[in-house]
Write a protein that binds this ligand. Structure first.
Ligand code: SAH
Ligand code: SF4
Length: 354
């Protein structure tokens, strides 16, 4: 059996584990500092932790399990990492540079079972969930890359928008968030973390109840059931009204704002009437959200979809604004290196199949 990455343990879990194994509670803080502040990658470098404790840790855990398979750098500074997991599966992680800091987009599953008709990740059914350690490790690998560059850069923002449906890997997602937010370690603020979901309403209730203070983004992509079911089959099981109810619950129980993601697909969901319908749908909660209008990144296998013309994008934006709905057009990063969700991975897999 492969040993698990120690990154998968939350601070409390590490402390409990050490106590259960006869170690002093205080060692947890020291080990944590070595992992997330000094960022060593082997236990033997933790020089002020006692030898017996280090042996125990090394006998039961490893620090790193991911192997870098491919790294692509874009002209705009975006870097896409493709990692090989211990079982040989490939996952991808994207690092983006912005004016406000450095963000990382993480993967939560190998493949995705939601199977949205426009998405490269959904082409491959889910093989398995990533462990919390494998998700944290993606952030750590990017941070280690930045450390090597020597400019003191830190990962400041995290988006859970890579391959997979995070709410279909709920417990590991929560542990991952707890680890990266831990103030003794990476201390990434909740307001700088966004989790995106295709709209698993029952999990939105559960997520709200955890009171974890991170941002939530919803992949809506259509303003009515007929159209949404056509492009996202999950809508057959969880129609828009059920989703809206869960969002109203989220807004009532938290003081946070929501992001509504809306990919513009040419002549499918990008007409003025769609924007009007969307404004209508969101009308009663519009003060607590903004719509992120996302230019579609064409996927070879989904040739039925094309990117909207700039004119339609602007008209969609204007219509929402006129109806009083906050709206932003998502800036694209790394389009020259297939940085959209699942694309590099699906290309690499095709290459290795040849
Ligand atoms: N499964 C989650 C999170 C991962 S997808 C979700 O669906 O929300 C992250 C975002 O990328 C989603 O809004 C998704 O709809 C969008 N996306 C998927 N394929 C895309 C493509 N080809 N071009 C642009 N955005 C895409
Ligand atoms: Fe899965 Fe999200 Fe892609 Fe849909 S858009 S297939 S939920 S990763």
């Amino acid at each position: 059996m492969n040993k698990k990455s120690i990154y998968g343990l939350t601070f409390n879990q590490l402390m409990e584990w050490l106590i259960e194994h006869g170690q002093k509670k205080s060692r947890a803080s020291r080990v944590w500092e070595w992992l997330y502040r000094k960022r060593v990658t082997d236990f033997s470098s933790m020089i002020d932790v006692n030898q017996e404790c280090l042996k125990l840790l090394a006998d039961n855990f490893v620090i790193q399990t991911l192997n870098q398979h491919v790294k692509q750098e874009s002209e705009d500074g975006t870097i896409k990492f493709l990692f090989k997991l211990q079982d040989g599966n490939l996952i991808e992680t994207v690092m983006m540079r912005h004016k406000y800091g450095i963000s990382v987009c993480v993967t939560t599953q190998v493949g995705c079972n939601i199977g949205c008709s426009f998405c490269a990740s959904g082409l491959l059914a889910k093989t398995r969930d990533l462990s919390s350690g494998e998700i944290v490790e993606q952030i750590m690998n990017v941070q280690l890359h930045l450390d090597k560059m020597g400019q003191g850069d830190m990962v400041s923002h995290v988006v859970v928008m890579g391959i997979g449906e995070p709410f279909d890997n709920f417990d590991n997602l929560l542990d991952f968030l707890t680890v990266i937010m831990e103030h003794k370690g990476l201390a990434i603020a909740g307001r700088r973390i966004t989790v995106s979901t295709s709209g698993l309403a029952h999990k939105i209730y559960e997520f709200t109840d955890t009171q974890i203070p991170v941002n939530l983004a919803i992949s809506l992509h259509a303003p009515n059931d007929e159209l949404r079911t056509r492009i996202m089959k999950i809508n057959r099981v969880i129609p828009i009204e059920k989703l809206m109810e869960s969002l109203r619950y989220y807004l009532a129980k938290t003081n946070r704002r929501l992001t509504i993601e809306y990919i513009l697909l040419k002549d499918v969901n990008d007409h003025k009437e769609h924007a009007e319908q969307l404004a209508e749908l969101l009308n009663d909660i519009k003060d607590r959200l903004y719509v992120n209008v996302i230019p579609y990144n064409p996927v070879d296998e989904h040739s039925q979809y094309q990117r909207s013309e700039m004119e339609s994008v602007l008209s969609f934006y204007d219509t929402l604004k006129k109806k009083g709905v906050n709206c932003k057009i998502r800036q694209e990063h790394g389009t020259d290196i297939d940085a959209a969700c699942g694309q590099l991975r699906s290309k690499q897999m095709k290459k290795s199949e040849v």
